[in-house]
Design a protein. Structure first.
Length: 55
């Protein structure tokens, strides 16, 4: 295999790795946001139930 082809293959692999890392980071931050939103919803629901019971 010649040098140019090897470089093209390596560059392609590096770009794919970077895209995969970016995708994984994006998924991770989205899942953290969803967890945070769910916990806030749970808290609001708990406060609502408590207000119903007390009021």
């Amino acid at each position: 295999m010649n040098k140019v082809t090897e470089e093209k293959i390596l560059n392609n692999l590096n770009e794919q790795n970077k895209a995969l890392r970016d995708y994984e980071e994006n998924m991770h931050s989205q899942s953290k946001f969803k967890l945070f939103a769910f916990l806030l919803l749970l808290l609001a629901f708990g406060i609502f139930i408590k207000a119903l019971l007390v009021g």
